[in-house]
Design a protein around this ligand. Structure first.
Ligand SMILES: Cc1cc2nc3c(=O)[nH]c(=O)nc-3n(C[C@H](O)[C@H](O)[C@H](O)COP(=O)(O)OP(=O)(O)OC[C@H]3O[C@@H](n4cnc5c(N)ncnc54)[C@H](O)[C@@H]3O)c2cc1C
Length: 595
């Protein structure tokens, strides 16, 4: 099943960009019980220019990488990407994907870029990582925050791949808590900076010439600043290639800075605003990771289908057995869902939406977990062969494991999804509180706030404002739409109740936050699935029936998870889990045995 690129000629004309509410976040509005339909329907289609460029490029990637599968396997075993291989990636233009044409790049949109990474990942994750760390995070800061002079100086060589980029944030003491970096930059009298510290696990660390480095500057404007540092600057060095579980061929090293003098014109963005620079880069780059996950899943679907049809047991192909068929169908559902969410987010970024960080986090969490489930199940379908290194499953399983760890662990991203959504609801509640207090002093303002809140409360109880979806969706999808409407209302009720119960201490309630995040994930991904399936039906896609079936399956499964998570907000075993964890942590082990 190949549903990645819609082909309808009519579709291009009806992309939702004109009606898009660029200042509105779909995910954040879900917390208020509202579905921002304009930002979901109709499902966007890829721009004509991107589509044209992708056609030739995807074929070229296949032509180049497919014959290299045994070499790629060798690179994985030996944990290396030889210089001539990196040169071939340069020659294909894979380092200039998102750099504007005026600087020698291809100027691809986020959507097209993610599609390229899907294609490279369908062959090898380390290749995607080398290209992705360069574009998604290594030099993304320069594109987003660089001055004209910085862009003119660095982008041409970054586009050709003569210069490779890396993103240097993590340190031994600063992983998830990225704000606590210890690498220090001290401002000198001439305006230059002296940089000292060490970064760890830097992708492309050993092959990069251009580092985006985050250091503590402790200025009145803020604690952290981003710098451009060149590998050739005196005092810059990197450690050996790390011996990793997966993505072994891609370069991961420490990068150290010892009294590195960084000129003032190598500050990236504003002094003191480095944390914002780092988070903006990571948010903007998540579609690359998501695209890679989808590419991996498509390969797994092909492998699993071939294996299931070829392998015979009990006198039949194992593809005839329900438990094998179930796995293949589930991988396809997850793949379609991840793809629908990732490219919706890419569309938001490409269309100039200003608030998409929650949706980006949701797509990363969902896609990274979906591909790991898929690799586990595809390996299981291959049985003992799946466990053998001769077959590709074990490498894909190792390679995909990193996806829920880097670019923000999935735990941290779930907390972020929940707390960001709750924060806005909390702000409305406190606004409401003060408006009610001031209502006689400033009745207009007071009633304004009240009426907004009451409208939201009304939508919680009646589903008001969301029934348009029901009217316009393809009839085969309306039942599914009702599920998302119902649980969007449930999310807003749960958010309201949590904030009233815990107030600011909600930040300490991680079990509740996880449930809230999982509800938001199912709602946003489910709505993307619905929108995509509706588009494929309207475009009369040859496999539209599968899309409707997938939307139905995803929604039934999501409904069970949603019901469980909503119920878990009030009925749960959180206290027991907390006390059990504490007693095990105190002992450092479990105390029982059978002897
Ligand atoms: C192969 C590889 C490549 C990488 N590439 C780069 C790169 O190019 N540039 C870069 O800067 N970094 C890179 N990293 C670093 C990566 O981003 C970090 O590993 C990641 O941010 C997690 O940090 P940590 O490993 O220190 O885990 P920790 O922060 O120590 O977390 C350990 C566990 O605790 C959980 N946890 C932590 N805090 C909380 C909390 N408040 N609540 C609940 N759970 C919590 C985490 O979710 C995780 O499960 C790379 C890492 C690897 C392994």
């Amino acid at each position: 099943m190949e549903l990645a690129v819609e082909t309808s000629a009519t579709a291009a004309a009806s992309a939702p960009a004109e009606t898009l509410r660029r200042d509105q976040s779909v995910a954040k509005n879900l917390f208020f019980g509202e579905i921002v339909e304009e930002n979901l329907f109709p499902y966007p289609v890829m721009r004509e220019r991107d589509r044209e460029m992708l056609g030739a490029m995807l074929d070229a990637i296949d032509d180049f990488l497919a014959p290299q599968h045994s070499a790629l396997k060798h690179y994985d075993r030996n944990a290396e990407q030889p210089p001539e291989f990196i040169q071939a990636l340069r020659d294909m233009g894979l380092f200039g994907l998102i750099i504007p044409e005026e600087f020698g790049g291809l100027g691809l949109s986020n959507a097209a870029y993610a599609r390229v990474l899907a294609q490279t990942s369908s062959h090898d994750s380390s290749v995607s990582l080398t290209i992705g760390a360069h574009s998604s995070i290594g030099m993304k800061g320069l594109l987003l925050f660089g001055s004209d002079a910085q862009k003119a100086r660095y982008l041409p060589d970054l586009a050709s791949g003569k210069t490779i980029a890396a993103f240097c944030l993590t340190e031994a003491g600063a992983g998830s808590d990225a704000a606590s970096v210890r690498t220090k930059a001290v401002c000198n009298d001439d305006g230059s900076w002296t940089l000292n510290g060490e970064k760890i696990w830097i992708t492309n660390g050993g092959i990069a010439d251009f580092y985006t480095v985050f250091a503590r500057t402790d200025t009145p404007e803020g604690k952290m600043t981003a710098f451009i540092v060149e590998a050739r600057q005196p005092g810059v060095s990197h450690g050996p290639h790390e011996d990793k579980m997966g993505i072994r061929a891609s370069s991961t090293t420490t990068v150290a800075f010892s009294d590195v003098r960084v000129p003032a014109d190598q500050v990236l963005g504003d002094v003191g605003k480095g944390f914002k620079v780092a988070m903006t880069i990571l948010n903007n780059g998540r579609t690359g990771l998501g695209g890679g996950a989808v590419g991996g899943m498509k390969t797994l679907i092909k492998l699993a289908c071939a294996q299931a049809k070829e392998r015979k047991q009990f006198g039949k192909p194992i593809a005839d057995f329900g438990l094998v068929r179930e796995k293949i169908a589930q991988i396809a559902v997850d793949c379609f869902a991840a793809e629908s969410a990732v490219w919706m987010v890419a569309h938001y970024i490409d269309s100039g939406c200003t608030d998409y960080s929650l949706e980006a986090a949701i797509s990363k969490v969902f896609a990274s977990e979906a591909v790991q489930r898929a690799s586990y199940e595809a390996l299981q379908i291959a049985g003992g062969n799946g466990f053998m290194r001769e077959y590709p499953y074990e490498q894909i399983t190792r390679d995909t494991r990193i996806l829920s760890i880097f670019e923000g662990t999935n735990e941290i991203l779930r907390l972020y999804i929940a707390l960001s959504g709750l924060k806005d609801v909390g702000a409305t509640l406190s606004e409401l509180k003060s408006a009610v207090g001031n209502i006689f002093n400033d009745p207009i303002k007071g009633f304004g706030v009240l009426s907004t809140y009451m409208r939201r409360k009304a939508s919680e109880t009646t589903g008001y404002g969301t029934d348009k979806i029901l009217r316009e969706l393809h009839p085969g999808l309306r039942k599914a739409a009702a599920v998302y409407e119902k649980y969007t209302v449930e999310l807003s009720k749960a958010a309201d109740a949590l904030l009233r119960q815990y107030g600011k201490t909600i930040a300490d309630q991680q079990h509740a936050q996880k449930r809230i995040a999982d509800i938001a994930i199912d709602l946003f991904v489910g709505l993307c699935v619905l929108s995509r399936a509706d588009r494929l039906v309207r475009d009369n896609h040859p496999d539209k029936d599968s899309a409707v079936t997938i939307a139905d399956i995803f929604t039934r499964q999501a409904r069970r998870r949603l019901r469980r998570n909503v119920r878990g907000m009030t009925i749960n075993e959180d206290k027991s889990i907390e006390s059990l964890a504490q007693s095990i942590l105190d002992r450092g082990t479990v105390s029982w045995d059978v002897v």
